[in-house]
Design a protein around this ligand. Structure first.
Ligand SMILES: Cc1cc2nc3c(=O)[nH]c(=O)nc-3n(C[C@H](O)[C@H](O)[C@H](O)COP(=O)(O)OP(=O)(O)OC[C@H]3O[C@@H](n4cnc5c(N)ncnc54)[C@H](O)[C@@H]3O)c2cc1C
Length: 408
Protein backbone atom coordinates (compact mmCIF):
# COMPACT_ATOMS: atom_id res chain seq x y z
CA UNK A 1 0.00 0.00 0.00
CA UNK A 2 1.27 3.47 -0.83
CA UNK A 3 1.43 6.22 1.77
CA UNK A 4 -1.96 7.87 2.34
CA UNK A 5 -2.57 11.08 0.39
CA UNK A 6 -5.84 11.95 2.11
CA UNK A 7 -6.32 11.62 5.85
CA UNK A 8 -9.52 12.48 7.69
CA UNK A 9 -9.42 13.10 11.44
CA UNK A 10 -12.89 13.07 12.95
CA UNK A 11 -13.30 14.93 16.23
CA UNK A 12 -11.65 18.33 16.71
CA UNK A 13 -10.78 18.07 20.39
CA UNK A 14 -7.34 17.53 21.91
CA UNK A 15 -6.77 14.11 20.34
CA UNK A 16 -7.90 15.24 16.89
CA UNK A 17 -5.77 18.39 16.95
CA UNK A 18 -2.67 16.61 18.25
CA UNK A 19 -3.03 13.90 15.62
CA UNK A 20 -3.17 16.51 12.87
CA UNK A 21 -0.16 18.36 14.29
CA UNK A 22 1.87 15.19 14.67
CA UNK A 23 1.12 14.15 11.09
CA UNK A 24 2.36 17.49 9.76
CA UNK A 25 5.38 17.47 12.05
CA UNK A 26 6.30 14.05 10.70
CA UNK A 27 6.28 15.46 7.19
CA UNK A 28 2.87 14.36 5.94
CA UNK A 29 1.94 16.90 3.27
CA UNK A 30 -1.18 15.39 1.75
CA UNK A 31 -4.78 16.45 2.26
CA UNK A 32 -5.66 16.62 5.96
CA UNK A 33 -9.29 17.10 6.90
CA UNK A 34 -10.27 17.80 10.51
CA UNK A 35 -13.99 17.47 11.23
CA UNK A 36 -15.60 18.67 14.46
CA UNK A 37 -19.23 19.11 15.42
CA UNK A 38 -18.59 22.00 17.82
CA UNK A 39 -18.38 25.52 16.37
CA UNK A 40 -15.25 26.44 18.32
CA UNK A 41 -11.75 25.63 17.12
CA UNK A 42 -10.09 22.95 19.29
CA UNK A 43 -10.11 23.93 22.97
CA UNK A 44 -9.04 22.37 26.24
CA UNK A 45 -11.65 20.74 28.47
CA UNK A 46 -9.96 20.44 31.92
CA UNK A 47 -10.37 24.16 32.72
CA UNK A 48 -14.14 23.91 32.13
CA UNK A 49 -14.78 22.59 35.64
CA UNK A 50 -12.02 24.73 37.17
CA UNK A 51 -11.00 28.18 35.91
CA UNK A 52 -13.90 28.67 33.52
CA UNK A 53 -16.63 27.63 35.93
CA UNK A 54 -15.09 29.77 38.65
CA UNK A 55 -15.00 32.78 36.31
CA UNK A 56 -11.20 33.17 36.64
CA UNK A 57 -10.75 32.50 32.92
CA UNK A 58 -12.69 33.62 29.91
CA UNK A 59 -13.40 31.14 27.09
CA UNK A 60 -10.60 32.45 24.84
CA UNK A 61 -7.97 31.10 27.28
CA UNK A 62 -9.09 27.56 26.52
CA UNK A 63 -8.23 27.72 22.83
CA UNK A 64 -5.55 25.14 22.11
CA UNK A 65 -4.03 26.91 19.08
CA UNK A 66 -4.35 30.46 17.82
CA UNK A 67 -5.66 31.00 14.26
CA UNK A 68 -2.15 31.38 12.85
CA UNK A 69 -0.95 28.07 14.27
CA UNK A 70 -4.06 26.39 12.87
CA UNK A 71 -3.45 27.98 9.45
CA UNK A 72 0.08 26.63 9.45
CA UNK A 73 -1.33 23.11 9.64
CA UNK A 74 -2.95 23.62 6.23
CA UNK A 75 -6.09 21.84 7.32
CA UNK A 76 -9.28 21.31 5.46
CA UNK A 77 -11.05 22.34 8.66
CA UNK A 78 -14.75 21.53 8.90
CA UNK A 79 -16.14 22.87 12.16
CA UNK A 80 -19.76 22.86 13.31
CA UNK A 81 -20.56 19.77 11.29
CA UNK A 82 -21.06 16.24 12.52
CA UNK A 83 -19.69 13.13 10.85
CA UNK A 84 -22.76 11.04 10.20
CA UNK A 85 -21.29 7.83 8.83
CA UNK A 86 -18.08 6.06 7.88
CA UNK A 87 -18.20 3.95 4.71
CA UNK A 88 -15.04 1.92 5.01
CA UNK A 89 -15.40 0.18 1.65
CA UNK A 90 -15.71 3.48 -0.21
CA UNK A 91 -13.26 5.08 2.25
CA UNK A 92 -15.55 8.02 2.77
CA UNK A 93 -16.72 9.98 5.78
CA UNK A 94 -20.24 11.30 5.26
CA UNK A 95 -21.01 14.60 6.96
CA UNK A 96 -24.36 15.80 8.31
CA UNK A 97 -24.33 18.72 5.82
CA UNK A 98 -24.45 16.22 2.95
CA UNK A 99 -20.81 16.60 1.98
CA UNK A 100 -18.42 13.68 1.75
CA UNK A 101 -14.77 13.41 2.74
CA UNK A 102 -12.92 10.76 0.73
CA UNK A 103 -9.85 9.50 2.57
CA UNK A 104 -7.18 6.78 2.47
CA UNK A 105 -6.97 6.75 6.26
CA UNK A 106 -9.26 7.94 9.01
CA UNK A 107 -8.54 8.73 12.66
CA UNK A 108 -11.48 8.53 15.04
CA UNK A 109 -11.15 11.08 17.85
CA UNK A 110 -14.76 11.81 18.73
CA UNK A 111 -14.38 11.51 22.49
CA UNK A 112 -17.31 10.79 24.76
CA UNK A 113 -20.70 12.24 25.62
CA UNK A 114 -22.06 12.59 29.15
CA UNK A 115 -24.63 10.13 30.41
CA UNK A 116 -27.87 11.72 31.55
CA UNK A 117 -30.38 10.77 34.17
CA UNK A 118 -33.76 9.65 33.03
CA UNK A 119 -35.63 12.95 33.06
CA UNK A 120 -38.67 12.21 35.23
CA UNK A 121 -41.26 14.81 34.36
CA UNK A 122 -39.34 16.15 31.36
CA UNK A 123 -41.27 16.96 28.20
CA UNK A 124 -41.72 13.99 25.87
CA UNK A 125 -39.09 15.23 23.41
CA UNK A 126 -36.32 14.58 25.93
CA UNK A 127 -35.23 18.23 26.15
CA UNK A 128 -33.67 18.65 29.58
CA UNK A 129 -35.56 21.02 31.86
CA UNK A 130 -34.05 24.42 32.67
CA UNK A 131 -31.52 24.15 35.47
CA UNK A 132 -30.48 20.58 34.51
CA UNK A 133 -26.89 20.38 33.33
CA UNK A 134 -24.10 18.14 32.17
CA UNK A 135 -20.50 19.33 31.82
CA UNK A 136 -18.55 18.36 28.74
CA UNK A 137 -18.45 21.32 26.39
CA UNK A 138 -17.74 25.03 26.62
CA UNK A 139 -21.44 25.67 26.08
CA UNK A 140 -22.27 23.32 28.98
CA UNK A 141 -19.85 25.11 31.31
CA UNK A 142 -21.09 28.58 30.39
CA UNK A 143 -24.71 27.51 30.89
CA UNK A 144 -23.91 26.03 34.31
CA UNK A 145 -21.97 29.11 35.34
CA UNK A 146 -24.82 31.36 34.22
CA UNK A 147 -27.27 29.40 36.37
CA UNK A 148 -24.96 29.54 39.39
CA UNK A 149 -24.13 33.22 39.07
CA UNK A 150 -26.95 35.00 37.27
CA UNK A 151 -30.72 34.96 37.20
CA UNK A 152 -33.24 33.35 39.52
CA UNK A 153 -31.13 30.34 40.55
CA UNK A 154 -27.93 32.29 41.35
CA UNK A 155 -26.43 31.45 44.73
CA UNK A 156 -29.04 28.73 45.16
CA UNK A 157 -28.87 25.03 45.85
CA UNK A 158 -26.70 23.05 43.43
CA UNK A 159 -27.01 19.29 43.48
CA UNK A 160 -24.04 17.52 41.92
CA UNK A 161 -24.90 13.93 41.03
CA UNK A 162 -21.94 11.58 40.70
CA UNK A 163 -18.93 10.78 42.85
CA UNK A 164 -16.22 10.93 40.16
CA UNK A 165 -13.54 13.52 39.48
CA UNK A 166 -15.80 15.72 37.40
CA UNK A 167 -18.46 15.89 40.12
CA UNK A 168 -15.82 16.55 42.76
CA UNK A 169 -14.22 19.40 40.82
CA UNK A 170 -17.55 20.99 39.97
CA UNK A 171 -18.66 20.78 43.61
CA UNK A 172 -15.41 22.37 44.79
CA UNK A 173 -15.57 25.17 42.23
CA UNK A 174 -19.28 25.84 42.78
CA UNK A 175 -18.98 26.13 46.55
CA UNK A 176 -16.11 28.56 45.95
CA UNK A 177 -18.39 30.89 43.96
CA UNK A 178 -21.14 30.91 46.52
CA UNK A 179 -23.42 28.01 45.64
CA UNK A 180 -24.97 25.89 48.35
CA UNK A 181 -23.70 22.49 47.20
CA UNK A 182 -24.93 18.98 47.87
CA UNK A 183 -22.80 16.23 46.36
CA UNK A 184 -24.66 12.99 45.78
CA UNK A 185 -22.32 10.01 45.83
CA UNK A 186 -22.82 6.27 45.97
CA UNK A 187 -19.93 5.29 48.28
CA UNK A 188 -18.61 6.47 51.65
CA UNK A 189 -15.35 7.66 50.19
CA UNK A 190 -15.98 9.01 46.71
CA UNK A 191 -12.91 9.03 44.42
CA UNK A 192 -11.35 6.06 46.24
CA UNK A 193 -11.71 3.91 43.12
CA UNK A 194 -9.64 6.43 41.17
CA UNK A 195 -7.18 7.93 43.66
CA UNK A 196 -7.08 5.38 46.47
CA UNK A 197 -8.67 5.58 49.91
CA UNK A 198 -6.14 7.87 51.60
CA UNK A 199 -6.22 10.61 48.98
CA UNK A 200 -9.98 10.28 48.57
CA UNK A 201 -10.47 10.63 52.34
CA UNK A 202 -8.34 13.78 52.32
CA UNK A 203 -10.43 15.30 49.51
CA UNK A 204 -13.74 14.25 51.03
CA UNK A 205 -12.69 15.97 54.28
CA UNK A 206 -11.85 19.13 52.34
CA UNK A 207 -15.25 19.11 50.66
CA UNK A 208 -16.96 18.86 54.03
CA UNK A 209 -14.71 21.52 55.51
CA UNK A 210 -15.67 23.91 52.73
CA UNK A 211 -19.36 23.36 53.35
CA UNK A 212 -20.27 20.79 50.70
CA UNK A 213 -22.97 18.51 52.01
CA UNK A 214 -22.15 14.95 50.99
CA UNK A 215 -25.22 12.77 50.59
CA UNK A 216 -25.00 9.05 50.01
CA UNK A 217 -27.54 7.58 47.60
CA UNK A 218 -28.28 6.67 44.01
CA UNK A 219 -30.27 8.96 41.75
CA UNK A 220 -32.80 7.21 39.56
CA UNK A 221 -34.24 10.21 37.76
CA UNK A 222 -34.40 13.93 37.41
CA UNK A 223 -37.40 15.76 38.84
CA UNK A 224 -38.89 18.81 37.23
CA UNK A 225 -41.92 21.02 37.36
CA UNK A 226 -43.09 23.47 34.75
CA UNK A 227 -40.00 22.78 32.63
CA UNK A 228 -37.55 23.50 35.47
CA UNK A 229 -35.39 21.00 37.32
CA UNK A 230 -36.39 20.65 40.96
CA UNK A 231 -34.08 17.86 42.12
CA UNK A 232 -33.64 14.11 41.77
CA UNK A 233 -35.41 11.02 42.97
CA UNK A 234 -33.27 8.46 44.81
CA UNK A 235 -33.41 4.68 44.62
CA UNK A 236 -34.81 4.56 48.16
CA UNK A 237 -37.80 6.61 46.96
CA UNK A 238 -36.86 9.88 48.63
CA UNK A 239 -36.39 13.14 46.73
CA UNK A 240 -33.51 15.57 46.96
CA UNK A 241 -34.55 19.13 46.12
CA UNK A 242 -32.34 21.59 44.25
CA UNK A 243 -32.49 24.70 42.10
CA UNK A 244 -29.77 23.49 39.75
CA UNK A 245 -28.74 19.89 39.05
CA UNK A 246 -25.41 18.87 37.52
CA UNK A 247 -25.36 15.26 36.36
CA UNK A 248 -21.80 13.86 36.33
CA UNK A 249 -22.40 10.13 36.17
CA UNK A 250 -19.87 9.16 33.54
CA UNK A 251 -19.95 9.11 29.79
CA UNK A 252 -20.41 7.01 26.68
CA UNK A 253 -18.04 6.93 23.71
CA UNK A 254 -19.36 9.16 20.91
CA UNK A 255 -19.47 6.37 18.35
CA UNK A 256 -23.08 6.38 17.18
CA UNK A 257 -21.95 7.68 13.77
CA UNK A 258 -19.96 4.45 13.32
CA UNK A 259 -22.92 2.13 13.94
CA UNK A 260 -22.91 0.59 10.44
CA UNK A 261 -19.16 0.88 9.82
CA UNK A 262 -18.42 -2.73 10.75
CA UNK A 263 -15.92 -1.57 13.38
CA UNK A 264 -15.94 -3.12 16.85
CA UNK A 265 -17.74 -0.70 19.17
CA UNK A 266 -17.72 -2.45 22.49
CA UNK A 267 -17.15 0.19 25.18
CA UNK A 268 -15.34 2.44 22.69
CA UNK A 269 -13.74 2.01 19.28
CA UNK A 270 -12.13 -1.39 19.66
CA UNK A 271 -8.50 -1.22 18.53
CA UNK A 272 -5.55 -3.55 18.45
CA UNK A 273 -2.47 -2.87 20.57
CA UNK A 274 -1.25 -0.39 17.93
CA UNK A 275 -4.47 1.63 18.12
CA UNK A 276 -5.67 0.43 14.71
CA UNK A 277 -9.39 -0.31 14.55
CA UNK A 278 -9.14 -1.85 11.08
CA UNK A 279 -7.16 -1.36 7.86
CA UNK A 280 -6.63 2.37 7.48
CA UNK A 281 -8.72 3.17 10.54
CA UNK A 282 -7.22 4.41 13.82
CA UNK A 283 -8.57 5.78 17.07
CA UNK A 284 -7.17 8.10 19.74
CA UNK A 285 -8.31 9.80 22.92
CA UNK A 286 -11.36 9.20 25.08
CA UNK A 287 -13.16 7.19 22.36
CA UNK A 288 -10.40 4.63 21.80
CA UNK A 289 -10.36 1.27 23.51
CA UNK A 290 -7.24 -0.86 23.18
CA UNK A 291 -5.72 -3.88 24.94
CA UNK A 292 -3.68 -3.06 27.99
CA UNK A 293 -0.50 -5.10 27.44
CA UNK A 294 -0.32 -5.92 31.15
CA UNK A 295 -3.78 -7.44 31.51
CA UNK A 296 -4.73 -8.12 27.88
CA UNK A 297 -8.08 -6.49 28.66
CA UNK A 298 -9.35 -3.62 26.55
CA UNK A 299 -9.46 -0.28 28.31
CA UNK A 300 -10.27 3.32 27.61
CA UNK A 301 -8.71 6.32 29.33
CA UNK A 302 -10.58 9.58 29.80
CA UNK A 303 -7.46 11.57 30.60
CA UNK A 304 -6.11 14.66 28.94
CA UNK A 305 -2.51 13.49 28.74
CA UNK A 306 -3.61 10.26 27.11
CA UNK A 307 -5.39 12.23 24.39
CA UNK A 308 -2.05 13.81 23.46
CA UNK A 309 0.12 10.72 23.82
CA UNK A 310 -2.24 8.42 21.94
CA UNK A 311 -2.63 10.97 19.15
CA UNK A 312 1.15 11.11 18.64
CA UNK A 313 1.28 7.35 18.69
CA UNK A 314 -1.48 6.98 16.12
CA UNK A 315 0.12 9.54 13.82
CA UNK A 316 3.42 7.63 13.93
CA UNK A 317 1.83 4.24 13.32
CA UNK A 318 -0.44 5.56 10.59
CA UNK A 319 2.49 6.99 8.64
CA UNK A 320 4.55 3.82 9.12
CA UNK A 321 1.98 1.96 6.99
CA UNK A 322 1.18 -1.75 7.20
CA UNK A 323 4.70 -2.78 6.17
CA UNK A 324 6.49 -0.31 8.40
CA UNK A 325 7.43 -0.67 12.02
CA UNK A 326 4.41 0.13 14.12
CA UNK A 327 4.55 0.26 17.87
CA UNK A 328 2.37 -1.11 20.61
CA UNK A 329 0.78 1.60 22.75
CA UNK A 330 1.91 1.24 26.35
CA UNK A 331 1.14 4.45 28.20
CA UNK A 332 1.66 5.08 31.88
CA UNK A 333 -1.74 6.61 32.63
CA UNK A 334 -1.50 10.07 34.19
CA UNK A 335 -4.19 12.37 35.51
CA UNK A 336 -4.49 15.43 37.66
CA UNK A 337 -7.33 17.12 39.43
CA UNK A 338 -7.51 20.54 41.08
CA UNK A 339 -9.68 20.96 44.17
CA UNK A 340 -9.53 23.62 46.90
CA UNK A 341 -6.19 24.95 45.73
CA UNK A 342 -4.53 21.52 45.76
CA UNK A 343 -3.40 19.68 42.66
CA UNK A 344 -3.57 15.91 42.98
CA UNK A 345 -1.54 14.00 40.39
CA UNK A 346 -1.64 10.28 39.79
CA UNK A 347 0.08 7.67 37.64
CA UNK A 348 -1.30 4.22 36.93
CA UNK A 349 -4.18 2.95 39.06
CA UNK A 350 -3.90 4.14 42.67
CA UNK A 351 -7.48 3.00 43.24
CA UNK A 352 -6.50 -0.63 42.59
CA UNK A 353 -3.95 -0.73 45.42
CA UNK A 354 -4.18 -2.53 48.74
CA UNK A 355 -1.29 -0.59 50.31
CA UNK A 356 -0.41 3.10 50.45
CA UNK A 357 3.31 3.71 50.95
CA UNK A 358 4.27 7.39 51.35
CA UNK A 359 7.81 8.14 50.16
CA UNK A 360 7.58 11.87 50.91
CA UNK A 361 5.34 13.92 53.23
CA UNK A 362 1.93 12.73 54.33
CA UNK A 363 -1.75 13.34 53.50
CA UNK A 364 -2.13 15.22 56.83
CA UNK A 365 0.39 17.79 55.59
CA UNK A 366 -1.45 18.08 52.24
CA UNK A 367 1.93 17.35 50.69
CA UNK A 368 2.99 13.84 49.80
CA UNK A 369 3.99 11.31 47.21
CA UNK A 370 3.04 7.69 47.71
CA UNK A 371 3.50 4.39 45.96
CA UNK A 372 0.24 2.47 45.58
CA UNK A 373 0.96 -1.20 45.90
CA UNK A 374 -1.06 -4.32 45.20
CA UNK A 375 0.15 -7.86 45.84
CA UNK A 376 3.66 -6.53 46.39
CA UNK A 377 3.82 -4.60 43.08
CA UNK A 378 3.56 -0.89 42.35
CA UNK A 379 0.30 -0.35 40.46
CA UNK A 380 0.08 3.40 40.88
CA UNK A 381 1.46 6.53 42.46
CA UNK A 382 -0.33 9.56 43.81
CA UNK A 383 0.77 12.85 45.25
CA UNK A 384 0.14 16.47 46.10
CA UNK A 385 2.78 19.22 45.92
CA UNK A 386 5.59 16.68 45.73
CA UNK A 387 6.21 16.57 42.01
CA UNK A 388 9.77 15.37 42.15
CA UNK A 389 9.14 12.41 44.42
CA UNK A 390 6.04 11.52 42.43
CA UNK A 391 7.93 11.64 39.14
CA UNK A 392 10.47 9.32 40.74
CA UNK A 393 7.75 6.73 41.22
CA UNK A 394 6.58 6.82 37.62
CA UNK A 395 9.20 4.35 36.41
CA UNK A 396 8.15 1.91 39.12
CA UNK A 397 4.54 2.17 38.03
CA UNK A 398 5.59 1.58 34.43
CA UNK A 399 7.67 -1.46 35.41
CA UNK A 400 5.06 -2.79 37.82
CA UNK A 401 8.08 -2.97 40.12
CA UNK A 402 8.19 -4.98 43.34
CA UNK A 403 7.59 -3.15 46.64
CA UNK A 404 9.58 -2.59 48.75
CA UNK A 405 12.10 -1.76 46.01
CA UNK A 406 14.82 -4.36 45.56
CA UNK A 407 18.23 -3.17 46.70
CA UNK A 408 20.31 -1.89 43.79
C1 LIG B 1 -14.97 19.31 32.57
C2 LIG B 1 -13.84 18.39 32.31
C3 LIG B 1 -12.71 18.44 33.12
C4 LIG B 1 -11.65 17.57 32.90
N1 LIG B 1 -10.57 17.64 33.71
C5 LIG B 1 -9.53 16.80 33.52
C6 LIG B 1 -8.39 16.85 34.37
O1 LIG B 1 -8.31 17.66 35.29
N2 LIG B 1 -7.37 15.99 34.11
C7 LIG B 1 -7.41 15.07 33.09
O2 LIG B 1 -6.46 14.29 32.94
N3 LIG B 1 -8.47 15.01 32.26
C8 LIG B 1 -9.53 15.85 32.45
N4 LIG B 1 -10.63 15.79 31.62
C9 LIG B 1 -10.63 14.81 30.53
C10 LIG B 1 -9.99 15.37 29.25
O3 LIG B 1 -10.46 16.66 28.99
C11 LIG B 1 -10.29 14.43 28.09
O4 LIG B 1 -9.65 13.20 28.36
C12 LIG B 1 -9.84 14.96 26.75
O5 LIG B 1 -10.48 16.18 26.44
C13 LIG B 1 -10.16 13.95 25.65
O6 LIG B 1 -9.87 14.47 24.40
P1 LIG B 1 -10.53 13.86 23.08
O7 LIG B 1 -10.00 14.69 21.96
O8 LIG B 1 -10.39 12.40 23.06
O9 LIG B 1 -12.10 14.12 23.24
P2 LIG B 1 -12.88 15.48 23.21
O10 LIG B 1 -12.06 16.56 23.82
O11 LIG B 1 -14.22 15.22 23.76
O12 LIG B 1 -13.02 15.81 21.64
C14 LIG B 1 -13.89 15.10 20.80
C15 LIG B 1 -14.55 16.06 19.85
O13 LIG B 1 -15.24 15.31 18.86
C16 LIG B 1 -16.52 15.89 18.66
N5 LIG B 1 -17.42 14.89 18.07
C17 LIG B 1 -18.10 13.88 18.67
N6 LIG B 1 -18.81 13.18 17.75
C18 LIG B 1 -18.58 13.77 16.57
C19 LIG B 1 -19.01 13.48 15.24
N7 LIG B 1 -19.83 12.46 14.95
N8 LIG B 1 -18.57 14.30 14.23
C20 LIG B 1 -17.73 15.33 14.51
N9 LIG B 1 -17.28 15.64 15.73
C21 LIG B 1 -17.68 14.86 16.75
C22 LIG B 1 -16.91 16.31 20.07
O14 LIG B 1 -17.97 17.22 20.08
C23 LIG B 1 -15.60 16.93 20.53
O15 LIG B 1 -15.48 18.24 20.09
C24 LIG B 1 -11.70 16.64 31.83
C25 LIG B 1 -12.85 16.59 31.01
C26 LIG B 1 -13.90 17.45 31.24
C27 LIG B 1 -15.13 17.39 30.37
Amino acid sequence: MTAPRRIAVVGAGAAGLHTAEALRRAGYDGRLTLVGDEEEPPYDRPPLSKHLLSGQWQPDRLTLRDPRALDELRLDLRLGVRARRLDRRARTVHLADGREVPCDAVVIATGVRPRRLPGAGTPGDGTPPAGAHVLRTLADALALRADLCEGPRAGGRLLVVGGGLLGAEAAATAVGIGAEVTWLVSTDTPLAAVLGTETAALLTGLHRGHGVRIHRGTATGLLSRGGRATGVRLADGTDLAADTVLTAIGSEPATEWLADSGLGLDGGVVCDARCAAGPGVWAAGDAACWPDPRTGRHRRLEQRTNATEQALHVARNLLAGPDGTTEVYTPVPYLWTDQYGLRVQAFGSPGAADRFEPVDGSPEEHRFAAACVRDGRVVGAVGIASARALRGLRAQVAAHAPWPPEPA
